[in-house]
Design a protein around this ligand. Structure first.
Ligand code: PMP
Length: 444
């Protein structure tokens, strides 16, 4: 038989041993073997600009995280049924980043587990079953969570009590002004709650990624969706803030995505005069810079109903090594001022992209906050028809030019720019030039 090239051989082998469920990025998948900051290298020594990875959030292979994990792993790692003071120190430190009222935290290994627990806790506390989620939301891979992740519809069976709402689309649907989007979303949440209350399913609450990541990235003005969140509370539901994407400083304005829904002026530490307090907060991805650790923070009153009745054990969740990683991440975010950097450099990114838009009419919208930017591609700026094919071609073109990213939104027409917070302003020109050249190459 003719010899296969090494890449084809590896893909064939991967499929043989891993099966068909996993999806890789790119027509020519990337194999990266080393990273630093927002940069990664493949086995041939080619360097890539990583505009996608929110997992190594403080930067690929950050030396302080590496050192903390190495030190703790050399001393002890174990299951989570022993005392270990570092776990309590980290719990206190993490809770100190949240508003008063969120005073307990449980550690798990993945965002999926955190959301699974939160959905169960919310049902126990409210006595209701039915949640609201957004139209393209992804919250994780357990049976319960995937049944509350409409982006999997077709592949998974949705929970029959789940109600789905479209996001506050600040670009379309007549939601274009911050006020309009907030008001439109309030009306949608109101209608969903009314439907649940009429059905007899019992209202459990809202599970929400407040950056609307899979829905197309709609961070909007701070406070944009506050009225809708207050309405959930007024009807006795819990708000589960899924912070897997916006948390840990990414949006720049606040340490947590939900904190952007505070009202009144924000102080220097990013705390608003009138904070929004969710009932349950779930985190994951960036928490350990790639080391598996995730958490669910809760108001005591909300967790109590569950915790007193249902023992919960998680072998690996919050073990000493995971906690060492998480503590190092929190320390680095503070010591290197990464929330502030996200705010400043993210603004430079969008300014640069808006310049590119001047010569590329396919760019319909550039939006975001901090280091979370959505760039929406359209066939026509008037009709705003989504340019899905172009977006998918652009991804490949960017990849060939060694810039890694992906797409989101209901039509896969929104380029998702979500680099490690370590992304530096000196990388902005390369991003801008690569995007400009790629669009030109595609005739857009
Ligand atoms: N929530 C959101 C918003 C996510 O983006 C993801 C992962 N993409 C998850 C939850 C699930 O996290 P994990 O993959 O760690 O289970």
């Amino acid at each position: 038989a003719a010899a296969l090239d090494p890449r084809t051989r590896e893909l064939t082998r991967r499929r043989r041993v891993l099966g068909d469920a996993y999806r890789l990025f790119y027509r020519h998948p990337v194999e990266v073997v080393r990273g630093r900051g927002a940069h990664a290298w493949d086995a041939q020594g080619n360097e890539y600009l990583d505009m996608y990875n929110n997992v190594p959030s403080v930067g690929h292979a950050h030396p302080r995280v590496v050192e903390a994990v190495h030190r703790q792993m050399s001393e002890l790692n174990t299951h989570t049924r022993y005392l270990h003071e570092a776990i309590l120190d980290y719990a206190d430190d993490l809770l100190s980043t949240m508003p008063d009222g969120l005073d307990e935290v449980m550690f798990v290994c993945t965002g999926s587990e955190a959301n699974d627990l939160a959905l169960r806790v919310g049902r126990e506390y409210t006595g209701g079953r039915a949640y609201i989620a957004t139209a393209e939301a992804y919250h994780g891979n357990t049976a319960l969570v995937s049944a509350h992740s409409p982006s999997l519809a077709g592949a998974e069976t949705m929970d029959p009590t789940l109600r789905v709402v479209t996001p506050p689309d600040t670009y379309r649907l007549g939601d274009e002004t911050a006020e309009g989007a907030g008001a439109a979303w309030l009306a949608r949440i109101e209608a969903a709650i009314a439907e649940i209350e009429a059905s007899g399913d019992g209202f459990a609450g809202l599970i929400l990624d407040s950056s609307f990541s899979s829905d197309g990235i709609f961070l909007g003005e701070t406070g944009m969706i506050r009225a809708a969140l207050d309405l959930v509370h007024a009807h006795g539901g819990v708000v589960i803030a899924d912070e897997v994407q916006p948390g840990f400083g990414r949006t720049g304005e606040a340490f947590w995505g939900f904190a952007r829904q505070g009202l009144g002026p924000f102080d220097a530490a990013g705390r608003p005069a009138d904070p929004f307090v969710p009932d349950l907060v779930t985190t994951g991805k960036p928490m350990g810079n790639g080391f598996p650790i995730a958490a669910m923070a809760a108001r005591h009153e909300v967790l109590e109903a569950f915790a007193t009745k249902r023992p919960y054990f998680n072998t690996f969740g919050g073990n000493p090594v995971a906690i060492a990683a998480a503590q190092a991440v929190l320390d680095v975010i503070r010591d290197e001022g990464l929330q502030r950097r996200a705010l400043d450099v993210g603004a430079q990114v969008r300014e640069g992209l808006r310049e590119v838009a001047l010569s590329h009419p396919a760019i319909g919208d550039v939006r975001g906050s901090g280091q979370y930017t959505g760039l929406e591609l359209v066939v026509d700026r008037e009709t705003k028809e989504p340019a899905t094919a172009l977006a998918l071609d652009l991804l490949e073109e960017l990849r060939e030019r060694r810039l890694l990213t992906s797409v989101c939104g209901p039509n896969n027409s929104v380029l998702k720019l979500r680099p490690p917070l370590a992304f530096e302003s000196s990388d902005v020109p390369r991003l801008v030039e690569t995007l400009d050249a790629s669009l030109t190459a595609l005739g857009a």
